[in-house]
Design a protein around this ligand. Structure first.
Ligand code: ADP
Ligand code: MG
Length: 596
């Protein structure tokens, strides 16, 4: 570490800038020339979580940004390190999660000479980040890092990128240590809404027959729960959450329409969209999923979002959800929607009863003896055990969920009562985020310094529900968890493949494998049959369980929950033949053909 009077190195100035910004953890992988930055950061009291692939480190930084409400920091080497970390950049932009990415690069004088891991990362990343910049000299490092951090953080969040050539990292400053500081950065200023639009919106809401509030992960990121709860409680407007907006209001809230989602979309006539985009997740706001004459009032900090797809540009409100909801609440006064006696409520409640009964029966159906578990029953067993271990209403568990079926089916199987306790593949449908996200959640909620900024107080258990395919993208991060003593509980829902897998039985799988990759051989959705994923946990210093029955699953859940090391519960579940697969679009095509 530089002594207080000697001129510091570039590496020290970089680490110092991070500390001045309040950064307490850096995710990444070191190598030449960034290793010295990580070492200096550690000496300054910053935690460094070293990953096994930059992709997972980038994902972790983005999720950390989302959970804590300040940019997550990722440090990687140049060239291939930057290319791997681009997965994190894509994830940051698509989800609007703030990330500061720092990457090394070859010495400035070697540009275009074929230097070590040479890449013109600034040119490459300019169009993919909010700011991509290289400090021109040592003394400008603090300002440049602050700029990139601020760009990623203010406005709609995204990535700020700083390229750090080796000569800069290794250089010695002209001025003594402590001459230049990075100004700490407060939370972004909030903007309120145009009062005329607030008035228009209240008129529409009051006149609506079937109003609906849509709550997205922007509301979770904005920590809007404190204004939203009284708004929904007093206006009685039913609400629907996006997959990660879940928990901003408790799932158990009587006005939650989650289990009547299709009905809510079809019937709603005035839709107040709070921190969600009308993208594929909400079917672009289009018919036939939505009522074709519904009016969409978008509330967003990003004015570019207003009027997109079905959003009505003349109604959209640009502003921070916290302030806009307060303005709306104030303007509505003590008006409330007569939910109880509305036909909308009757349709919603009927649909809720029907769907909940159907889900409950699937969840309760145990497999016949000798037959494999279904997703539904497996999740039911896990959830029941977890609820006994840590009542969900105390907000004691963070769920991470990915893999097509695992994510879709588990979404409704694990109720949450607090915001920011559920992470999934998100806007980009990024498979492979799970273990990086779990590490980020562990760091955000359980770091030794106990920042506690990420959610309700108290230590939280991180539970990752992973499809076997999704798990494979970053399985080696189990070692990262073990090394950092993170007691993450991972369930691998093992059906031997992508989607439904490829084979009904071991014999069938072996027969297909014997035929090779030709006709009738292994299909594109095939993965290994009953792979012993639990052994990866054991090999890294964690615990592993293989389970086939509800009883084994229950026992492993309890033991896994109590363990103080990472745990993999390898859950053998039913799988299907590739040929039997039916995707949503195939089903709709069939339906259409039938109608014609
Ligand atoms: P979801 O996937 O949950 O539907 P999206 O990521 O599509 O959510 O949308 C989140 C939206 O929230 C983004 O358009 C983002 O600009 C917006 N947003 C983020 N923070 C705020 C805030 N403080 N106030 C208003 N809108 C916000
Ligand atoms: Mg699978």
């Amino acid at each position: 570490m530089a002594s207080s009077s000697a001129p510091p190195t570039g590496a020290h100035i970089i680490a110092r800038a991070l500390r001045d910004l309040g950064v307490t953890v850096v995710f990444g992988i070191v190598g030449i020339p960034v290793i010295e930055i990580a070492e200096q950061a550690i000496d300054l009291g910053i935690r460094f979580i070293g990953f096994r692939n930059e992709q997972a480190a980038g994902y972790a930084a983005t999720a950390y940004g989302y959970l804590t409400g300040r940019p997550g920091v990722c440090l990687v080497v140049g060239g291939p390190g930057v290319l791997h970390a681009m997965a994190g950049i894509g994830n940051s932009s698509a989800n609007a999660f703030p990330m500061l990415l720092l990457a090394g690069s070859s010495e400035s004088h070697l540009v275009s000479k074929g230097g070590f891991q040479e890449l013109d990362a600034v040119s490459l990343l300019t169009s993919h980040t909010k700011l991509a910049i290289r400090p021109p000299s040592l003394d400008l490092i603090p300002d440049v890092i602050q700029s990139a951090y601020r760009s990623s953080f203010y406005g709609r969040p995204g990535t700020g990128f700083v390229d750090l050539p080796a000569d800069l990292i290794q250089g010695i400053a002209d001025e003594p240590e402590g001459t230049r500081h990075t100004r700490p950065l407060p939370a972004p200023p909030m903007s309120a809404a145009d009062q005329a639009r607030i008035f228009k919106t209240t008129q529409l809401i009051k006149a609506a027959k079937a109003p609906l509030v849509v709550i997205g992960k922007g509301a979770a990121y904005a920590r809007a729960e404190t204004v939203l709860r009284p708004f929904i409680d007093s206006t009685h407007i039913p609400f629907l959450s996006s997959p990660m907006g879940k928990g901003v209001l408790p799932d158990s809230h009587p006005q939650n329409t989650a289990s009547a989602r299709s009905t809510a979309l079809k019937e709603a006539d005035v839709v107040l969209v709070l921190g969600a985009r009308l993208n594929w997740i909400f079917h672009f706001g289009d018919a036939p999923k939505w009522n074709p004459s519904a009016k969409f009032i978008q509330v967003d900090i990003s004015v570019e979002e207003i009027g997109r797809n079905a959003g009505d540009a003349e109604l959209g409100i640009c502003g921070d959800i916290n302030l806009v909801v307060q303005q709306l609440h104030h303007a509505l006064g003590d008006w409330s929607y007569d939910y109880a006696s509305s036909p909308f409520a009757q349709t919603l409640e009927a649909s809720k009863r029907k769907n909940e009964a159907k889900a409950a029966s699937a969840a309760a159906t145990a497999p016949e003896p000798g037959k494999p578990l279904s997703y539904q029953h497996a999740f039911h067993v896990i959830n029941t055990a977890l609820q006994h271990l840590s009542p969900v209403d105390r907000g004691g568990i963070v769920y991470v969920s990915e893999g097509a079926n695992t994510m879709d089916i588990s979404r409704s199987a694990f109720p949450v009562s607090h915001p920011r306790l559920r992470l999934d593949a998100g806007t980009y449908a990024t498979m492979g985020v799970g273990l990086g996200y779990a590490i980020a959640a562990h760091e955000a909620y359980n770091a030794p310094e106990g920042e506690g900024s990420a959610g309700p107080a108290g230590r939280k258990k991180i539970v990752a529900l992973e499809g076997d395919s999704a798990f494979g993208f970053s399985a080696m991060e189990l070692e990262t968890m073990a090394r950092h003593r993170m007691d993450v509980l991972v369930f691998v829902m093992n059906n031997g493949g992508v989607y439904h897998g490829d084979s009904d039985s071991a014999d069938e799988w072996l027969a297909r494998q014997a035929k090779g990759a030709g006709p009738g051989g292994l299909r594109s959705t095939s993965l290994g049959w009953e792979v012993a994923y639990e052994k990866i946990a054991e090999a890294c210093g964690g615990l592993g369980f293989v389970v086939r029955t509800p009883e084994e699953l229950e026992r492993a859940t309890v033991q896994g929950f109590k363990a103080d090391v990472p745990v993999v519960v390898n859950v053998m579940i039913e799988s299907g033949k590739a040929g039997k697969l039916e995707f949503g679009w195939q089903a709709s095509a069939k339906k259409r053909a039938k109608k014609e």
